[in-house]
Design a protein around this ligand. Structure first.
Ligand code: SAM
Length: 299
């Protein structure tokens, strides 16, 4: 994939340098953001322009923040900005029914609950037992009260509750290319083309389930932390060819992130032209690799 030359030095450097640490203040535990800010002194977080209560610290503060009492009690949550952007793209509202189809460890689930102000119903699905219990513990710590948790394979959910949800997030399991860093060779030790292919097959099944579970008129956000078109545009293109009731939409995009439009051709093959509305966030000194697409099911 062609990274524009202007981005190249920052993207290349991101593989060898530690990243800034991003965090958000969690209103479900800390309604007074100023008190959290004061509790962080002597750390000096910089606000992220465009969004309230999201801050950035240099990488050298990561350990201090990770072990800070305000992180331990759920007043703040360390989370990549592109992960937050997946929830901003979903735009969940209080009182709605929302499905998070691949939820553990719960970073996005907890932000969805915060956007819903704990009102309405949030269903969170995770099939891996150890991850399910981590999800449960995290949501408790973060003050989430409107979530019901299901230890379940997400591929069957659409069949069980067709047309049920106002919004569905599928933050799909993937080959995790976002984790690559030259600082740690183990970060790519488990990556392979086979893993990309297997991920794409599971993503397709989960995406069909997510679409089934969505109400007519509802919003679906598909995201992965991989760059590969096979796990992103190609999976979406196959679905869009099967169904004419799904329409990609522009993403609400409150923060100026280093992102490229989705691809409309790959490997000599044309893809659905509206996939241009998807976004591929590039890895830089403050962002992680991420792919996002928002779709609406026609009413
Ligand atoms: N959304 C999470 C967050 O922000 O904290 C991260 C989700 S992670 C990218 C993908 C999750 O999907 C993993 O926890 C994985 O165990 C789970 N998963 C794997 N297979 C699944 C399936 N068949 N159905 C639902 N979830 C699955």
């Amino acid at each position: 994939m062609l990274i524009p030359p202007a981005w190249r030095p920052r993207v290349d450097a991101s593989y060898t340098a530690p990243k800034a640490v991003l965090f958000r203040i969690n209103p479900l535990r800390a309604p007074d953001a100023a008190a959290v800010w004061a509790g962080l002194v002597p750390l000096r977080p910089e606000p992220v322009v465009g969004v309230a209560d999201v801050f950035r610290l240099p990488s050298s503060d990561r350990d201090t923040l990770t072990h800070h009492p305000l992180a331990a009690d759920g007043s703040l949550y360390i989370q990549g900005i592109a992960s937050m952007a997946a929830v901003w793209a979903l735009d969940p509202q209080p009182g709605e029914e929302v499905l998070d189809l691949a939820a553990a460890p719960g970073g996005k689930t907890s932000l969805i609950a915060a956007c819903m102000n704990n009102q309405g119903r949030l269903a969170a699905v995770e099939p891996v037992r150890a991850r399910f219990f981590r999800l449960k513990a995290n949501l408790q710590r973060l003050g989430v009260r409107n979530a019901q948790l299901y230890l379940k394979d997400g591929t069957v959910v659409g069949r069980l509750v067709p047309g049920r949800f106002d919004r569905v997030l599928l933050d799909a399991p993937c080959s995790s290319e976002a984790q690559f860093t030259r600082l740690n060779p183990a970060s790519w030790a488990h990556w392979s083309l086979k893993k990309v292919r297997n991920s794409a097959a599971l993503q397709s099944r989960l995406l069909r389930s997510a679409t089934e579970a969505l109400k007519p008129g509802g919003v679906l956000v598909y995201s992965t932390c991989s760059l590969s078109p096979e796990e992103n545009e190609c999976v979406l293109d196959a679905l869009l060819r099967e169904r004419d009731d799904l329409q990609p939409e522009a993403l609400p995009w409150p923060v100026d992130l280093p992102a490229l439009p989705g691809l409309t051709a790959w490997d000599g093959r044309p893809l659905h032209r509206d996939l241009v509305l998807a976004r591929r966030v590039l890895p830089t000194e403050w962002t992680d690799t991420f792919f996002l697409c928002r779709l609406r099911k026609r009413g």
